[in-house]
Write a protein that binds this ligand. Structure first.
Ligand SMILES: NC(=O)c1ccc[n+]([C@@H]2O[C@H](COP(=O)([O-])OP(=O)(O)OC[C@H]3O[C@@H](n4cnc5c(N)ncnc54)[C@H](OP(=O)(O)O)[C@@H]3O)[C@@H](O)[C@H]2O)c1
Length: 335
């Protein structure tokens, strides 16, 4: 273990998209391990669209602290432990921040990770918040039935790529929206989609009618905004919409104004429900078992976009909002 702990500190909030200017690289001492804590050497850091929300200049329960390592999920190895139930050599995932070493208590640990089950970095993606969000929002909010048409936005992303495969296994007609021809191909060839539309080049209204001739029964919405405005017009009566992300809305200050959807909701009796993964922890164990079993049976594909070195993390995050990621964005710190 070295004595220096490289960190990426958040130095300013933003109401728009995060850029590398919002962070600075710093060197701190590796902390001592206190009672009821563990010291973790981070192996992989996560970059997530949610970090934009944590960086907004609005006091909220999830806001990241200025001058601290950027709030982030990570996975690493326990190198010192004074916490019952955790031993040196265990792998753990949790709120460890954008830094090389994290000194954390039980509240910051999400779970232990078994390297024999799957590569440890999957605990940040397909066996982390992305896979869990895909599984739980699909099962508990949309609950699609065989034969229904399910639409997914950001279809080739870390969440969307899992939703496509899970919904296909349920016998749905699965259609994806995504932002490049390469992602359209991946959605169709790797991630279970029967059809995929490049929303940047297609006329969305007519492309949706062609890909979903019987209308849309369920919409797994990762992006919101103008795309959702068009989708709402194509929802079937009693359709369900899970609001899982709002990636297409660059800023909520000022709140953007668009078409009013209330009439669609009323006359079609639509059900539109939000979803925040950390309010569903009671579902994690069952969902993880199901996802891990599918991976082990070779029934679930996932991709990773891996950057090397802590200093790459701000760029990795910026690229995520530009759509320049094929799969889960990770920052690798240890060979
Ligand atoms: N509610 C929760 O608890 C929860 C938990 C995890 C994730 N999420 C949300 O789920 C969504 C997907 O997350 P992820 O980690 O899997 O990320 P991801 O889909 O792998 O990556 C983000 C993607 O967003 C799309 N995007 C970016 N700007 C866009 C724009 N202006 N219009 C439309 N699409 C745009 C891009 O895909 P294209 O190239 O296809 O446009 C980009 O690749 C995010 O909105 C995230 O916040 C929510």
């Amino acid at each position: 273990m070295g004595t220096s702990n490289k960190q990426l500190l958040l130095i300013s909030y933003t109401n728009g998209l995060p850029t590398p200017d919002h962070f600075t690289l710093a060197d701190a001492a590796v902390p001592n391990c206190n009672d009821n804590c563990i010291l973790v050497r981070n192996h992989y850091l996560s970059a997530d669209p949610a970090q934009k929300g944590w960086m907004t200049d609005v006091a909220n329960y999830a806001r990241a602290e200025l001058g601290e390592p950027m709030k982030a999920l990570a996975v690493g190895e326990v190198i010192e432990s004074r916490l019952e139930g955790f031993a040196v050599g265990d792998f753990v995932t949790g709120w460890f921040g954008w830094q090389e070493y994290a000194h954390v208590n039980l509240e910051q640990i999400i779970r232990k990770v078994d390297p024999a089950q799957a590569p440890v970095q999957t605990s940040l993606g397909v066996l982390g918040i992305n896979g869990l969000t895909a599984y739980i929002a699909l099962e508990d909010i949309l609950a699609p039935r065989a034969g229904e048409t399910l639409l997914v936005s950001s279809a080739a992303g870390a969440v969307g790529s899992i939703v496509g495969q899970l919904a296909r296994a349920k016998g749905c007609n699965v259609v994806g929206l995504t932002g490049s021809e390469e992602k359209v191909r991946l959605a169709r060839e790797e991630f279970g989609y029967h059809g995929a539309i490049n929303y940047k080049t297609a006329d969305l209204a007519s492309a949706l009618k062609a890909a979903c001739p019987e209308g849309i029964d369920a919409y797994f919405d990762n992006v919101g905004g103008g795309i959702a405005d068009t989708v709402f017009e194509n929802m079937n009566a009693r359709g369900r919409i899970a609001q899982v992300g709002t990636a297409s809305v660059a800023s909520w200050d000022p709140v953007p104004v668009g078409p009013r959807r209330e009439r669609q909701v009323l006359v079609k009796e639509l059900r539109h429900q939000g979803f925040v993964i950390f309010n569903h922890e009671h579902r994690f164990e069952q969902a993880l078992q199901a996802l891990a079993a599918m991976i082990q049976r070779g029934q679930l594909r996932y991709r990773e976009e891996i950057y090397e070195g802590l200093e790459q993390a701000p760029l990795a995050l910026e690229k995520l909002y530009a759509g320049d990621n094929l799969g889960k964005t990770l920052i690798k710190l240890v060979e």
